[in-house]
Design a protein around this ligand. Structure first.
Ligand code: FMN
Length: 390
C-alpha cells in the first residue's frame, strides 16, 4: 500500500525520498518533517559532519496547498558538503586530481567497502561507501515523517530513548510519558530517561573517543495508542512483527532486534512470560495484566503499546585503524579513516522511529484503505464500532 525508496550518495548533491500510497487530503506540516530531520542530527558522540549539514526537506511533488493530493511524494534534502565534493564526485567523467585523491582502496572492516566493491567490480570503495553510509537515513526520516503525520491523525504517537551505550545500561523500564518527555527535550545529550545513567553513558562515549575507539548500544521505540488488529497471523510475510524486525534491521549498524521482553523471555518459563487477559466490565474492554509481548501477538497488534529495541554494533570506522588489505596491491595496509561518528545510538533511534512509522502506516492503510483521508477515517471509525461491540 505504502511504498518508499531513497536515492542519493552521502557526499552527492542531495538525498531523495519517494513515497507513494498516502491518501489524498492528509494535511502536511513541513516544520514537523524538519523537526524529525533535526532530531536525527543530534546526540553525544557525533562527528564533524553534523556541524556542516542542516537538513531541510524540500517537497517537489505530491503535496499542494498544504495537503497530499494522492500522487507520489518526492522530497529532496540538500547536502551542504556538496560544495567540497563537487569535483570529487562529478556526474561527468573526470580526470580532476581531486577525484583520484579520494579513491578508497583500503576497505574498512565492518563496512560494505570490500564486499560491495567485489560485487560491483570497482577497485575503489568510494562508490559503495557513498551509498552504504547512514547519511541515507536522513531520506528515510523524511519519508517516515509523512507516515507519522498519517498515524497522528488517528492518535498514534511514537517516541524512542536510549537504553544502553557501550557497557552502561538503563536498569529499569521507562513509561510512555517518560519516553515522550525525553524525546521532546532536544538538549538531552543521549536521550536517556534517567539522569545519573545518562551521565555514565556520556562517560562511556568520552572513554571511547579518548581511546580512538567507538561504542554501540540499544535504542527502544514505543508506539502509543495502536489500534487492535494491524498485521496478520495468516501468512509469514504479513506478520507485523516480522515486518517491523526487517525494517529496524535494515538501519545501518543494527545487528539485532527485540520485541517486548523477547530476549529475557527466551531464558524464562512460560508462566513468567505471557500476559494474562481479563475483561474490564466498566471500561467495556479486554485488557492484559502486563505487556511482555510488546503489543504484538501472532503478528497482530493487540492494542497495547508497541515496544521494540534495536541493537547497534559499535561504529566500524576507528580513528585507531584496523588492519586490512589494499584492493589493488593486495598488500597489508591500515584501513582508511573517513570523518566519523563514535556513538550514534540516539540518531539510530530516530531512524528506527521513521522505519516503524512507515511499516505501521502501511499496515494501517492495508487494514483501513481509502483514497482520501475522509474515506480512511470512515473505515477506521466503523472498525472502532466493531471493536467496541465485540
Ligand atoms: C545514524 C547513524 C550514523 C552512522 N554514522 C557512522 C559513521 O559516522 N561512521 C561509521 O563508520 N559508521 C556509521 N554508521 C554505521 C554504518 O553506516 C554501518 O555500520 C555500515 O554502513 C555497515 O553496515 P552494517 O553495520 O549495517 O552492516 C552509522 C549508523 C547510523 C544508524
Amino acid at each position: 500500500m505504502l511504498r518508499f525508496y531513497t536515492a542519493g550518495e552521502s557526499h552527492g548533491q542531495a538525498l531523495l525520498a519517494f513515497l507513494s500510497g498516502l491518501p489524498a487530503g492528509l494535511p502536511i506540516d513541513v516544520a514537523a518533517i524538519n523537526h524529525e530531520l533535526h532530531r536525527r542530527q543530534l546526540g553525544y558522540g557525533r562527528g564533524g559532519r553534523q556541524k556542516i549539514e542542516k537538513d531541510n526537506a524540500e517537497i517537489f511533488a505530491g503535496v499542494r496547498h498544504g495537503q497530499t493530493i494522492g500522487a507520489p511524494i518526492a522530497v529532496r534534502i540538500e547536502n551542504r558538503d556538496w560544495s567540497n565534493w563537487e569535483k570529487i564526485l562529478s556526474v561527468e567523467a573526470t580526470d580532476d586530481p581531486a577525484a583520484a585523491s579520494r579513491k578508497l582502496v583500503a576497505p574498512r572492516p565492518g563496512h560494505a567497502d570490500l564486499a560491495g566493491s567485489q560485487k560491483l567490480n570497482f577497485h575503489d570503495a568510494r562508490y559503495v561507501l557513498e551509498r552504504a553510509s547512514a547519511r541515507e537515513t536522513a531520506a528515510r526520516v523524511a519519508a517516515g515523517a509523512f507516515a507519522r503525520q498519517l498515524l497522528r491523525q488517528f492518535g498514534i504517537e511514537m517516541a524512542s530513548h536510549t537504553v544502553q551505550v557501550g557497557h552502561v545500561r538503563l536498569e529499569r523500564a521507562a513509561t510512555w510519558d517518560e519516553i515522550a518527555a525525553v524525546c521532546k527535550d532536544l538538549d538531552s545529550p543521549l536521550r536517556c530517561v534517567d539522569g545519573p545513567t545518562q551521565e555514565k553513558m556520556m562517560a562511556e562515549v568520552d572513554a571511547a573517543l579518548k581511546a580512538g575507539d567507538t561504542v554501540g548500544g540499544v535504542f527502544e521505540i514505543m508506539v502509543h495508542q495502536v489500534p487492535i488488529g494491524l498485521g496478520s497471523h495468516a501468512q509469514w510475510d504479513e506478520k507485523l512483527d516480522g515486518k517491523l524486525a526487517k525494517a529496524l534491521m535494515s538501519v545501518q549498524a543494527v545487528k539485532a532486534v527485540e520485541i517486548g521482553a523477547g530476549i529475557l523471555a527466551a531464558g524464562s518459563y512460560g508462566s513468567e512470560v505471557q500476559d494474562e487477559i481479563s475483561y474490564d466490565k466498566v471500561a467495556n474492554r479486554f485488557k492484559r495484566a502486563s505487556n511482555r509481548a510488546g503489543g504484538l501477538e501472532g503478528g497482530i497488534t493487540n492494542g497495547e503499546d508497541l515496544v521494540l529495541r534495536g541493537f547497534l554494533k559499535p561504529i566500524s570506522t576507528l580513528r585507531k585503524p584496523l588492519g586490512t588489505a589494499d584492493m589493488v596491491t593486495k598488500e597489508p595496509v591500515q584501513a582508511a579513516y573517513e570523518r566519523s561518528d563514535w556513538c550514534v545510538v540516539p540518531a539510530g533511534g530516530v531512524a528506527g522511529e521513521a522505519m516503524v512509522a512507515l511499516v505501521l502506516a502501511d499496515a494501517f492503510l492495508r487494514k483501513f484503505g481509502g483514497d482520501s483521508l475522509a474515506e480512511t477515517r470512515r473505515n477506521y471509525e466503523g472498525y472502532g464500532r466493531q471493536i467496541d461491540q465485540f
